[in-house]
Design a protein around this ligand. Structure first.
Ligand SMILES: [Zn+2]
Length: 123
């Protein structure tokens, strides 16, 4: 298998409902996002997928949430914008635009600090 990883980031505010602790209050993070793609086939140029395509799609999806109050976005009306839910949201959005025969988004890691990371992947 081949695997690609693209690292990107966004900044936003959130608060966690039904959570009793510091994250209940409004606060912000500079999230680091790692997008992984996997596949067993390369194209005629020897690429799994052009890094530029992955980066531009990731940029488009992240622009919608960058510098926003995440709790107010439609995607997070029914679920907390936790790092776990952000990882699934980004996975689903990126898989919808990047997946193609031979290359699929395989994992999204969302780092809310240097030491805390949530991942989403599907078996
Ligand atoms: Zn937080």
């Amino acid at each position: 298998m081949y695997e690609l990883k693209v690292i990107t980031q966004f900044s936003a505010a959130h608060r966690l409902e039904n959570f009793y602790g510091k994250c209940e209050a409004l606060h912000g993070h500079n999230w680091k996002v790692e997008v992984f793609l996997q596949g067993d086939r390369l194209d005629d140029a020897g690429l799994l997928l052009d890094f530029g395509v992955v980066k531009s799609q990731a940029r488009q999806v992240l622009e919608e949430i960058d510098h926003k109050y995440l709790n107010e976005l439609p995607a997070f009306q029914r679920q907390n914008p936790s790092s776990e839910n952000l990882a699934r949201y980004l996975f689903e959005r990126l898989a919808a635009t990047l997946n193609r025969p031979g290359a699929q988004v395989s994992r999204v890691n969302v780092w809310e600090s240097d030491t805390s990371c949530a991942s989403y992947y599907e078996d």
